[in-house]
Design a protein around this ligand. Structure first.
Ligand code: NAI
Ligand code: MG
Length: 557
């Protein structure tokens, strides 16, 4: 077993993730050492490990990186432009960190406007040459399908990269992020042959007696800039690349500066799949330089962005120069509502824990506002706090890790600042509330109650494992309170009363409503935000609207 995930480890993680996504949030894995897990590890000891009560403690061994990944990491990392791997024009690079240790694992190009110019020119050449959009739809679909296959063939390796770079448990990446990314390409491959226009009977009142044949074509938009975040690096790349390719566009993608590695590996697989050079260009760099240049570029026809609402607004402004099309998937402060008629309280408690703690709370749709009917409030809050206390923190590469570090020092400081602000404003911390350990970017899974609507922690997206619990007594006031946020990404409802669930689902201003489940995603399900959570829907057939434009053609007969 070289660098992969052992079958029993995978099975346990699958069980954990499936149950975590649906109803339960249990961690059935037994502790194993890094040595008996993969047989490769460095001798150096690490101060990061877990004692199973939401704290990291000293003394365990540093989990190993597989020799294959070490080998891949040791090779110079370049941008993918026009089918070739090239350094930044400036030859500048920046450090990529392992957030579990705050250690440098690679250096990637620190690209700027000039690199973006070259990548956009390459994408433009590929688009105008027709090397992609004029392939038969069937041929395009097969190549996109092949990307999905290659992701599955390299699933262990990609899961390891994702875990090392982002901090998430490798086993979770292996059963969630990687298969979901592959599935997205497989799903979108099928759409390549199904992008159809319509024939339209027209009447033309000022041309009596004239005959016309009128129809629509759905054409690619052209050169698309895609700016993606760090919370699900490979999966977010897939969400954006899959539909862009299925519809015949050419792409310049900028991964997040915190997690550029899986996008670079994906670029290698995309070339291996046989996608023509220049169709997908990948440029690493910072938001303020490479990202801003891409969003403002006059020869980019559309920009698709996932990240903070603050930067989403900057993208809109930057796009105004040439009025490029814009789609945005932004922040959230999603209510997760538990009624006293939920039936199985343990299931609801597990579901509420999963809703906030999955991916360390670094989910735009995290159920970060837990609204519980007053009669069961104490029991639910205690239950979620018990789950929080049991979560094992540790490096993503350790087999027994259940929650890794936050992605960066910046996020550590952002989340701990929110924790601090909440305490200062008088909220009660049932559990957690601070950094965990003194190395890496770990924080304690945290449950907060006794809050007021005006508090910052109640209004703003924290993007960490911090849930704000509030009781409600009057169901008639509930919807207004749940909707009392500038965001509208997701919501959860837990009840056995199915008509109440349907009624409330229609009243919630959210792009996704989960009833008696949470965090259920599928390539076929559209995902996106109401209000300031974004513009447009990703996934499903709805996303195809974002990557095509309609041309009406009229023939006089
Ligand atoms: P961010 O919005 O700055 O970063 C997301 C992407 O945008 C990255 O690729 C970044 O390089 C790029 N970017 C940043 N500034 C840009 C600019 N001026 N022009 C073009 N591209 C730019 O998010 P950040 O700073 O990493 O995280 C801050 C907060 O954003 C988080 O605490 C969280 O609340 C939210 N966030 C939401 C995500 C989501 O899935 N909706 C994902 C990541 C962050
Ligand atoms: Mg930023």
């Amino acid at each position: 077993m070289k660098g992969g995930v052992r079958p029993d480890e995978k099975e346990k993680a699958l069980h954990q993730t499936v149950s975590l996504l649906k109803v339960r949030f249990t961690y059935p894995m037994k502790t194993r050492t890094a040595r008996n897990r993969i047989g490769h590890r460095t001798a150096k000891s690490s101060r990061i490990s877990s004692n199973g009560n939401g704290r990291v403690q000293a003394k365990t061994q540093k989990p190993g990186v597989s020799p294959q990944l070490r080998d891949w990491l040791s090779k110079p990392k370049h941008n993918l432009i026009g089918g070739k791997w090239v350094p930044a024009v400036s030859h500048k690079t920046f450090d990529v960190f392992n957030p579990a240790e705050a250690s440098v694992i690679a250096r990637v190009p620190d690209s700027d406007k000039e690199d973006i110019n070259r990548a956009v020119a390459a994408a433009r050449r590929a688009f105008e040459s027709g090397s992609w959009r004029r392939l038969t739809a069937s041929e395009r679909g097969k190549l996109i399908w092949r990307i999905g296959d290659l992701i599955l063939e390299h699933a262990n390796e990609l899961a390891e990269i994702e875990s090392l770079d982002n901090g998430k448990p490798r086993a979770v990446a292996r059963v969630a992020d990687i298969p979901l990314a592959a599935d997205l390409f497989h799903y979108m491959a099928g759409w390549a042959t199904k992008i159809e226009g319509t024939t339209i009977p027209i009447s033309v009142p000022y041309a009596p007696g004239a005959l016309f044949h009128a129809f629509t074509l759905r054409e690619p938009i052209g050169v698309v800039g895609q700016i993606i975040p760090w919370n699900f690096p490979l999966l977010m790349a897939a969400w954006k690349l899959g539909p862009a390719l299925a519809t015949g566009n050419c792409v310049v993608m900028k991964p997040a500066e915190q997690t550029p590695l899986s996008a670079l590996r994906l670029g290698e697989l995309i070339l291996e799949a046989g996608i023509p050079g220049g169709v997908v260009n990948i440029v690493t760099g910072f938001g303020e330089t490479a990202g801003a240049a891409l969003a403002a570029h006059p020869d980019v026809d559309k920009v698709a962005f996932t990240g903070s609402t603050e930067v989403g607004k900057l993208i809109v402004k930057a796009a105004a120069g040439n009025l490029k099309k814009v789609s945005l998937e932004l922040g959230g402060k999603s209510p997760n509502i538990v009624f006293k008629d939920v039936g199985d309280l343990d299931t609801a408690i597990a579901g509420a824990s999963n809703a906030i703690f999955f991916n360390h709370g670094q989910c735009c749709c995290a159920g970060s506002r837990l609204m519980v009917e007053r009669d069961i409030f104490d029991e639910v809050v205690e239950g979620v706090a018990e789950h929080a206390k049991k979560i094992k923190l540790g490096p993503g590469l350790s087999a027994d890790t259940q929650m890794g570090p936050l992605v960066s020092e910046e996020q550590l400081s952002r989340v701990t600042n929110y924790m601090h602000q909440g305490k200062q404003s008088g909220a009660c911390y049932v559990t957690g509330g601070s950094r965990a350990g003194d190395r890496g970017y770990f924080v304690q899974p945290t449950v907060v109650k006794d809050v007021k609507p005006a508090m910052t922690i109640v209004r703003e997206e924290i993007f960490g494992p911090v849930v704000i619990a509030e009781p409600f007594s009057k169901p008639e006031e509930l919807v207004a309170r749940a909707n009392q946020t500038e965001y509208g990404l997701a919501a959860g409802i837990w009840t056995r009363d199915i008509s109440k669930a349907h009624r409330i689902a229609t009243e919630l201003k959210a792009g996704t409503v989960w009833i008696n489940c949470y965090n259920v995603f599928d390539a076929a399900l559209p995902f996106g935000g109401y209000k300031q959570s974004g513009w447009g829907r990703e996934m499903g057939h709805e996303v195809l609207e974002l990557y095509t434009q309609t041309k009406a053609v009229v023939i006089g007969l």
